[in-house]
Design a protein around this ligand. Sequence first.
Ligand code: GUN
Length: 296
Amino acid sequence: MSKAQIIDGKACAKGVREKIKAVVTDLKESCGLTPGLAVVLVGADPASDIYVSNKVKQTVGAGMNSFEHRLPQETAQDDLLSLIEQLNGDDQVHGILVQLPLPDHIDEAKVIAAIDPLKDVDGFHSINAGRLSTGQPALVPCTPVGCVILAKKVKPDLTGLEAVVIGRSNIVGKPVAQLLLQENCTVTIAHSRTKNLADVVRRADLLVVAAGQQEMVRGTWIKPGAIVIDVGIHRLTTPEGKTKLVGDVAFDEAVKVAGAITPVPGGVGPMTIACLLRNTVVASYRSEGVEAPDLG
Ligand code: GUN
């Protein structure tokens, strides 16, 4: 039985980061501009804490300014909104990221809406979602961009492919579908209410899974030779008591059928932060009224 090509997200993310570092060096030398990213964390969720620390580390590693704001769990919504207003007006800050989820007493939608769309490096603001869906220059959510970069590593021209996306979130499912439309795919968005999901998945030349359900997609669902991009990440404990990370796709089954597949970990995950740095550079250029060069 043939075995799929494993798409190395870690190596690809490293390549993106190196390109960004070179562009940042050039921006500093030619315009005296250092891109700056502000990251805001409210509370002390351990997973969010690790994500934020990695974002800060990689921002600094790329030669950019990092502004870290760690606020207590009980922070009032108005105080968070005031901080965002201050960051919106700060010329040193080109990108603003508020780590989600926020505590229950804070309205996430209100917070996202308060971020200047030109600094919204998560691409979650309605203005950016609308610009993406109408084909205008936008800041595009990081994980979806990472998915498309990885798929294009396998097949640089995705034109005409049957693409199936499982998941309809604003953060991954909907924006990745928009990006695949721009790549001239025929796109189906499937979700938890889709009938005969396995049959829908079997049509896919390109499958993006952001369902949030551990090992939901089985090997028998996959069209032989398909490109499979797995956005899921779940920590589980094996019968031997070890912890293991798995995705939304049953990897050991799928790898025998697919043409190419992303692993978990080491697939989509590393691309998300690389694309966040990329968006920060794009936002920095736009603050000067120009488009960024091709960042891969
Ligand atoms: N929490 C988990 N993933 C993300 C992300 O991509 N952006 C933000 N802001 N919060 C997150």
